[in-house]
Design a protein around this ligand. Structure first.
Ligand SMILES: [Zn+2]
Length: 184
């Protein structure tokens, strides 16, 4: 009888230990599932519809375009392609081709970078807060691919009072006659 009691006790302890262990196993499994769920949630960097991997961007952009558009770089003032461009036409994103600015809204800001007092439409560009270099500035990105274009300042001409200070290398220029022939 005593042997039986001891045997049952051991069996119960064994069962209890197994049960505890397997519960722990389930918890660990649940925890792993949680981690996986967290990882598959939308990436905050993917708020722009036109997406490419870093390797794909490197393939389609020049080193300079990549540094500015994807690395938030700034080109040298004055010695850039469109600062002095007075031709009529439109400026599109060098990353995805989205229309951004028109020569109609370009003006000489004397900053050394192509400057516009408005984009073709507000929805074509998006604003981000840029806290680099111990300053708080408003960064302007392409609303389609999120590529860095430049910054906006409030010292522009009327009627908006805004200065969209852009990097030439972040844009491609399409002369007016080429736009007309493309649309025909
Ligand atoms: Zn773009």
């Amino acid at each position: 009888m005593k042997t039986l009691v001891i045997f049952v006790s051991i069996a119960l302890i064994g069962f209890f230990l197994m049960a505890t262990h397997s519960d722990k196993g389930i918890e660990e499994h649940k925890h792993r599932e949680n981690v996986m769920t967290t990882q598959s949630q939308p990436d905050p960097d993917k708020k722009y519809p036109y997406q490419k991997t870093e390797a794909e961007w490197k393939e389609i952009l020049t080193a300079k375009e990549f540094k500015i558009l994807r690395g938030k770089g700034t080109e040298a003032p004055w010695f850039n392609e469109y600062n002095d461009n007075k031709e009529e036409g439109i400026y599109v994103c060098a990353g995805c081709g989205q229309k951004l600015y028109s020569s109609e809204h370009k003006y000489n800001s004397r900053s050394g970078w192509p400057s516009f007092w408005k984009p073709i439409a507000d929805s074509l560009v998006a604003e981000e807060v840029d806290k680099s270099y111990f300053m708080t500035r408003t960064e302007i990105v392409c609303s389609n691919c999120g590529g860095h274009l430049g910054h906006v300042f409030d010292d522009g001409p009327e009627p908006t009072g805004l200065r969209y200070c852009m990097n030439s290398a972040a844009m491609d220029f399409i002369p007016k006659d080429e736009i007309a022939s493309k649309e025909q």
